[in-house]
Design a protein around this ligand. Sequence first.
Ligand code: ADP
Ligand code: MG
Length: 360
Amino acid sequence: MPRIVFDQVSKSYGAVEVLPPFDLHLDDGEFTVLVGPSGCGKSTTLRMLAGLETLSGGEIFFDDTPISKLDPKERDLAMVFQDYALYPHMNIAKNMSFALRLARVSKSEIETKVQRVAEMLNIAHLLDRKPAELSGGQRQRVAMGRALVRDAGTFLFDEPLSNLDAKLRGKMRAELAEMRDTIDKNMVYVTHDQVEAMTLGDRIVVMSDGFIQQQGTPEELFKAPVNKFVAGFIGAPTMNFVDGDLVDEKGTLWVRGDGFALPLTADAGQRLAAAKDRAVTVGLRPSSFTTDLTQGAPIELKVVVSEYLGAQSVLVTRCGGAEILVETQSASPVRSGTEQTFGVLTDEIMIFDKTSGLRL
Ligand code: ADP
Ligand code: MG
């Protein structure tokens, strides 16, 4: 399986440039997820890789070989689309083996491959049925299976789970995550769902408005987002953002805003020294709060809504004029309508430039 390199690839439709020139390196054997809001250019990127869309500029390489002039079928790829039409009159085995039969693969080899993939996807008992006799999730699995039997070097998935209901999506996501570890192939997976991206990706490419915002492991994106967009996009519930000012008080850098003042760690203080007295945006993840006041810096919040979920509570609170979502691990419910002091884990505070959105 090849290493895939996008070199200054761009795409315009007429006069509209939807993807300005970008570089992207996908290591072999990796599960890469392209994630971003609808319309940001994920499918276009995938379709250029598949050969279903021409490039307006740049080149795509498989190892050192340029491939942009190759036909889709010369690229050793298999693709699963969002709208996976199965052939209604063919049974599942025939649906799955369609491409192999076109390629004149021997009957015994087809049987072996279909059986192996069907077992992996848990649909071996359905091979004689017609698509209409299957549930949505089972049909989705057949669509995956149809691509997987092809033994390509690279598999492309364009929002394959987006037509399923939330519960089924969760189940399929878990199954895919398990399958991912058994298939040593290039996988490039497109989704708008950050949870899918985080659970499936070895590496995640976050896109918005035709630009790659950041690439990294799930952990890198969560812990060290480069800007406010990535910080707000990755992680659920989403990060809280409030306005603040950086002020130096006796050698400690504090971030102050409407109704709060939080000291930054010594490390952050050093890194941010140059930004002193600057207006910033403060990012606080809901999980960066604690009810254990021996940890973290105190912050006074008015609890507006309290949802007690047993092991944790999700709270909608107010701090000055801002609404702040808080997740706590406290064993007992937090009463709504009360003012309460919480702890903020100061090493998790993120500071963004208010204008550019870049993390400082
Ligand atoms: P995503 O998959 O991230 O939702 P797409 O790659 O489908 O986004 O689309 C990116 C942008 O390109 C969108 O603004 C979309 O409207 C535009 N676009 C996609 N296909 C075409 C096309 N065939 N003609 C003109 N514009 C298109
Ligand atoms: Mg798309």
